[in-house]
Design a protein around this ligand. Structure first.
Ligand code: ATR
Length: 279
């Protein structure tokens, strides 16, 4: 599709950026909705990220997504933060307002919940304790989203216990930290298990977690999407647990940015997931 001189501009900033699926995702939506716009990869080194973010209004960009390792820099650079970004300590979506100011939001938690609800309409946060594995940026987004959605308890387990304690203290609310050495006990009576670590990704070992204590009714969600069927999800499926793959979070987190920059609420479909994964 060609673009005109009036094309609406957005993109994704990260370092490196070559593996990002976001240009493919937004490009598909732009074409589908016949929008005169472009969404481009922006390879920006961390030491130049502040400069690049500040340049968005001057370049006429309507905003951009921000990915690893620039989300905390974006958090410190924007003029205003929405509540979610403030609590997560990271920004993944920047909107340039008419007056040239930059607003930072974080849609990762939204994407996680929307994906879970779309794939398991019967699941609801109030149903029981949620176990979250990991304590990085993704874990932060998932924990905030679960608490906001009404989870009665979030049990956090992380290889480095101190990092989980820190996350729990930062976010507050009903978060309990279970030590990594006895992590399996956290699975007892849980209604949801989410892996936010890099374990199970292509080239990484599987997540080292025995599922024996997990109720068979518990939903298991891996946010890793390469491969789509991680060893954790395969093990969960074998024992009868309902599973949610990681691609939905990527697709759904993109919706608010697209709507803000291009003026259309985009739809997530099964075809879209296939198209984005093929790229
Ligand atoms: P992100 O911000 O994308 O979530 P991150 O901050 O690098 O990424 O966090 C990666 C997560 O994977 C962390 O929770 C990390 O555990 P540590 O806090 O102990 O580093 C977890 N992780 C990485 N390698 C792991 C391994 N071999 N076993 C278990 N957890 C691992």
């Amino acid at each position: 599709m060609t673009i005109s001189g009036k094309a609406k501009l957005a993109g994704v900033m990260g370092w490196p950026i070559g593996h990002s699926r976001s240009p493919r995702l937004h490009g598909h939506w732009l074409e589908r909705y016949g929008i005169d716009g472009a969404y481009v990869p922006l390879a920006v080194a961390p030491e130049r990220a502040e400069q690049a973010i500040r340049a968005l209004p001057a370049l006429g960009f309507r905003g951009c997504n921000v990915t690893v390792p620039l989300k905390e820099i974006a958090f410190r650079t924007v003029d205003r933060l929405d509540d979610t970004a403030r609590r997560m300590g990271a920004v993944n979506t920047i909107v340039v307002h008419e007056d040239g100011t930059l607003e930072g939001g974080n849609t990762d938690g939204f994407g996680f919940l929307e994906s879970l609800k779309a794939d398991r309409p019967d699941w609801c946060a109030e149903r029981g304790p949620a176990v979250v594995v990991g304590a990085g940026g993704a874990a932060r987004a998932v924990v905030v989203a679960l608490l906001d959605a009404g989870a009665p308890e979030v049990r956090l387990i992380n290889r480095t216990d101190a990092r989980a304690e820190e996350l729990a203290a930062d976010i507050g609310g009903p978060i309990t930290v279970a030590p990594w050495v006895s992590r399996e006990t956290a699975l007892e009576g849980a209604a949801l298990l989410v892996n936010t670590t890099t374990q199970g990704m292509t080239g990484q070992p599987p997540l080292d977690l025995d599922l024996r204590a997990l109720p068979v009714a518990a939903v298991v969600n891996d946010i890793v999407y390469v491969p789509l069927d991680t060893p954790l999800l395969a093990a969960a499926r074998r024992r009868g647990n309902p599973v949610v793959t990681g691609i939905g979070m990527l697709l759904h987190q993109a919706r608010p940015g697209f709507a803000a920059w291009f003026g259309v609420e985009p739809e997530v479909t099964a075809d879209l997931a296939r198209f984005v994964l093929e790229g």
